[in-house]
Design a protein around this ligand. Structure first.
Ligand code: AMP
Length: 359
């Protein structure tokens, strides 16, 4: 166990809104944060004691950063594995680089999930059109071609409805490290935010239902509107995943829910706090952000219980221009991420609303 006392400094790789909310949660518990990211005036730097603006490959800056902090974490999964390995030789890093290697590659990720006996979409790694055609003999249309690395919010994806779509899809993706996935006919998408402490204790928030617009998360509804057995099964799978990857911190598991068996298939895992867990800030005694800070600082995990209904609505692009209206409505918990430039598709903030307890 690596127990840190308040006053210690937490290093966070990445300066986005997740880092910002981690830093706010850390400061509530008396910790300072040092943000490391290439961007100037990042959302996380605005609320943190220290910032280093440097590239993730800059070993001189990484060395100095490591010397200035007591523990290191990251807020997005595309941090180079080499950066995390470099830092691990100098200070404790939670979660470690093992989960990054798996979650940065959709092929390795799906192989890992299946190795635990948990279903995913059927898939095949492919590197050209000929291999895709071969794989389609078992996977069939419709299918999805995705880049193995660096895809998010629907980027790096192309749907194949028939053989006619193949060439355009390959041209669009522009990589030969591709995964072909069978198209899952799902009813809804859910996620489970799980946390594991340094002592191995695991706690999961109730599964949350996620609705997307233009491939970007739009609304999360907690709890997900699925039956209790399915909720329990999703939590069971999330626990199995977090336990088997030697993980410390918060990890998110996204599932497709279908009306036919297998009802749950993992779409992907994110080795971090997640947009679909923002509702926990107001709805639970311990938010996903505080939970992550507790885990990496060697503290006991906090309470995750929640009996009401919560809705989180993302403020994307120009939605943020309604800020004054939103803050004037009593039911809204408004979060502004401090980003100065409004861009289409950019996550600018979110609101959460809580509804009466069912009990
Ligand atoms: P991803 O970047 O893999 O999370 O995919 C973004 C979104 O595309 C998902 O949230 C789904 O709505 C959709 N999607 C991705 N993969 C599949 C699939 N194999 N079958 C059906 N829909 C998918």
């Amino acid at each position: 166990m690596n127990v840190l006392s308040p006053g210690s400094t937490i290093g966070i790789l990445g300066g986005g809104q997740l880092g910002r909310m981690l830093s706010i949660a850390a400061s509530r518990l008396g910790y300072k944060c040092h943000i490391y990211c290439p961007e100037i005036n990042s959302p996380a730097a605005q609320v943190s004691a220290l910032t280093t603006h440097a590239y993730y490959e800059d070993t001189d800056q990484l060395e100095k950063f490591a010397r200035s902090v007591d523990v290191i974490t990251y807020e997005f999964e595309n941090i180079p594995v080499a950066t995390v390995d470099f830092l691990t030789q100098r200070k404790p890093v939670f979660p470690g680089s093992k989960v990054l290697e798996v979650s940065q590659d959709r092929l390795k990720e799906k192989e890992f999930i299946n190795s635990l006996g948990i279903e995913t979409a059927p898939f095949n790694g492919v590197s050209d059109i000929k291999e895709t055609l071969n794989a389609l003999e078992t996977i069939n249309y419709p299918a999805v071609l995705k880049t193995r690395r660096l895809g998010y919010d629907g980027k790096g994806q192309a749907i194949l409805k028939s053989q006619d779509d193949l060439k355009a899809a390959w041209d669009k993706l522009g990589s030969n490290e591709i995964i072909l996935e069978g198209f899952v006919d799902f009813e809804l998408e859910i996620s489970v935010i799980a946390a594991r402490g340094q002592d191995g204790e695991i706690k999961c928030y109730v599964p949350v239902e996620n609705k997307h617009k233009n491939h970007i998360l739009d609304i999360s509804i907690a709890p997900a509107r699925i039956d209790d057995d399915l909720k329990q099964e999703a939590v069971f799978f999330a626990k199995k995943i977090i336990e088997n990857i030697d993980y410390v911190g918060v990890l998110t598991v996204e599932f497709f829910v279908s009306s036919t068996e297998p009802r749950l298939r993992v779409n992907e895992i994110a080795p971090r706090v997640h947009n679909s867990g923002h509702w926990t800030i107001e709805a639970c005694a311990t938010s996903q952000f505080e939970q992550h800070i507790r885990a990496i600082c060697g503290l006991p995990l906090g309470e995750v219980d929640f009996n009401g209904e919560a809705r989180m609505i993302n403020l994307i692009g120009e939605d943020i221009l309604q800020f004054h209206d939103l803050v004037s409505q009593a039911e809204n918990y408004v979060h502004h991420y401090g980003k100065s430039e409004v861009k289409a598709g950019r996550k600018m903030g979110h609101i959460t609303r809580l509804y009466q307890d069912k009990n």
